[in-house]
Design a protein around this ligand. Structure first.
Ligand code: SF4
Length: 184
């Protein structure tokens, strides 16, 4: 089975709602997504090693992504009771985090893709409390930045690989991506 089919099937078997391959050349970047981080709409700006500003300058992060030729896009869709279902929103993120890390661990353990760059949704949640800014990150191999913090347009990303961004009323869709080289 071709590698791309194998890893998209694997992501679904391990719990993703949808998965697809995007070409790096089809990924849209904009510094404006970093501006949204700086407006602190999520409340995580300057609180986590993997969020801006600590994660690094936009151009450097963009170049990190473009050092690879392909990305495995992983989407988790969760349906809320209604648009005020805060507990459901938290569950949606927890389920996505667990699924994304399961897929990532499997890819690493089985040496399916190497090297890789993994980007998740939201701030790094590996520790209950991030050590930022007092102590260095003690788990750099497990720390995950977000697709958004790298200045990637998530709507354009999923559209580029045929995945719907909006999955209906009262749904929450979280997206992560694992960059890799299809030809070594
Ligand atoms: S692994 Fe822990 S200390 Fe490191 S960025 Fe993530 S939450 Fe912060």
């Amino acid at each position: 089975m071709p590698l791309n089919n194998f890893i998209t099937d694997l992501a679904i078997k391990l719990g993703a709602t949808r998965s697809a391959i995007v070409k790096a050349s089809d990924i849209s970047f904009s510094a404006s997504f970093r501006d949204l981080c700086e407006m602190n709409t999520c409340g995580k700006f300057n609180t986590n090693w993997m969020c801006p500003p600590a994660v690094g300058p936009f151009e450097d992060l963009k170049n990190q992504v473009l050092a690879f030729d392909s990305g495995l896009v992983i989407q988790s869709v969760y349906f809320l009771e209604d648009s005020f279902d805060y507990e459901g929103m938290m569950n949606a993120m927890a389920i996505h985090e667990k699924t994304f890390r399961l897929i990532l661990d499997h890819i690493k353990t089985e040496h399916l893709l190497n090297p890789i760059l993994a980007l998740n949704a939201g701030s790094c949640q590996y520790c209950e409390n991030c050590t930022f800014p007092g102590k260095d990150c003690p788990y750099p191999d497990h720390a995950l930045a977000s697709v958004e913090s790298y200045g990637i347009d998530v709507t354009a990303l999923v559209t580029a690989c045929g995945i719907p961004y909006n999955n209906g009323p009262a749904s929450v869709s979280n997206v992560g991506m694992i960059m890799f080289n299809s030809e070594i």
